[in-house]
Design a binder for this molecule. Structure first.
Ligand SMILES: Cc1cc2nc3c(=O)[nH]c(=O)nc-3n(C[C@H](O)[C@H](O)[C@H](O)COP(=O)(O)O)c2cc1C
Length: 171
């Protein structure tokens, strides 16, 4: 029942306090990501947890640049987990999306806020993105799937209404 509660009550959080995510919570969230299923058990998904402010702000600028904007697409969250996939394995979007889902649900379960922030693919196609991958000791051919921002929520958003007519039951 607790799992059901968490699944139904997780929301995308877009306002955060400045308090950093501590190791013990970050470790639990990352472990949940590791245990997401992967097609044919390829385990071809990588997570890079960034709390270093300089790197976080660099990625913030890279993400905003994809949209041709300034500003903070990470909504002030102090921690960002970039999810990337090795495209030589099983399709990365499917596997990476399940990892992102686990990260967001686990974040909610341990009292953190989270939100999927898109455009990781474009961020890591740039020379700047590839340089970051090299610096992190990863293959520069990895493909960005999504960014999971994390932090302590400074808002409690209500669920957006779910559209009707999206479930078909046969029998
Ligand atoms: C593939 C994907 C990409 C998303 N990209 C963004 C994004 O770039 N910025 C953002 O604020 N929210 C983003 N979101 C969050 C959605 O807007 C959010 O999940 C949706 O409005 C439903 O709200 P809920 O997560 O609270 O249920 C993304 C979600 C998904 C699944």
């Amino acid at each position: 029942m607790e799992a059901m509660y968490n699944l139904l009550n997780r929301r995308s959080v877009r306002k955060y306090t400045q308090q950093q995510v501590p190791d013990e919570l970050l470790d639990q969230v990352l472990e949940a990501g590791l245990f997401a299923p992967t097609g044919m058990n390829t385990q071809n998904i990588y997570m890079v947890a960034v709390r270093d402010k300089e790197t976080r702000d660099q990625m913030m600028r890279m993400n905003a640049a994809v949209m041709g904007r300034d500003g903070d697409p990470f909504y002030g969250a102090p921690c960002v987990i970039v999810v990337l996939g090795d495209a030589s394995g099983y399709p990365v979007v499917e596997n990476g999306s399940l990892v992102l889902g686990n990260l967001m649900n686990a974040a909610h379960a341990v009292g953190l806020g989270s939100c999927w922030i898109h455009r990781a693919k474009q961020m890591f196609e740039t020379q700047e993105g590839k340089a970051l991958l090299r610096k992190w000791g990863l293959k520069e051919s990895l493909v960005g799937v999504g960014n999971c921002i994390l932090g302590y929520p400074d808002e409690e958003p209500a669920a957006r209404p779910r559209l009707d007519g999206r479930i078909v039951r046969i029998g």
